[in-house]
Design a binder for this molecule. Sequence first.
Ligand code: PAF
Length: 282
Amino acid sequence: MHIIQHIPELRSQVRTWRDGREEVGLVPTMGNLHGGHMTLVEEALERSDRVVVSIFVNPTQFGPEEDFAGYPRTFERDCELLADAGVDVVFAPSVEEMYPDGGGLRTVVDVPALSGILCGATRPGHFQGVATVVAKLLNVVAPDLAVFGRKDYQQLMVIRQMVHDLNLPVQVVGAPVAREADGLAKSSRNAYLQEDERARAPALHEALRDAGARLAEGERDYAAVEAAGRAALAEAGFEPDYFRIRRPGDLGEPSGDEEELVILGAGWLGRARLIDNLAVRL
Ligand code: PAF
């Protein structure tokens, strides 16, 4: 496995693969890899001949009060995991490599319809930072496909919309949420949980499942189901951010004739902001 830090070297490696008609998959990450990331890597390995995993803690998607500086960085261990999995290249650019003009980008990618709601309501600028860095990574690597986790459902929708609107020649693959045995969605931020918080954290997934069961049984009072979800989170010690039932494609409010919905929840548990979601067939 090669570790590449510079864009020209990465491009030349990908060009060589392409010349040999090999398909290239990209898994963009911020490192601190866990089992959830590894399912994305497996998906990419299955679907493509060559796999690049990028490790880049992207400063532009963190708000000024957020955990950019303290975000867990475990580069060596990440590389061991990726080498064992059979990844071809780790692309690990510096901040200067990705933002050579001191972070002051004059061009950004914004997906306004999807970026101000749900997580975007309390994290202004977050999805613009994500869309911009993912557009840059897709331009740098030029993969045939890129794999993202469905745990970050809104992020996946923002990226799908961007790829569609900008005609980017890449297939976006959404991989299922990887969970711990007790249902907690795997996330780098789970490491912030104290022992008692970790014990309470599966309440988010349980609240989503309870809401999903009510919808599947025919309940259509969405506001009541959302309120019950929020209350369940608060009861478990979360500071709820949102608990919403939305259309899966555009995250709009359901109109009543949907065959599928997605329930999305987010909340703070101590230092950790946890998010999760559940798709429901009606
Ligand atoms: O999901 C993440 O880890 C990040 O938001 C991503 C997609 C790698 C962009 O920095």
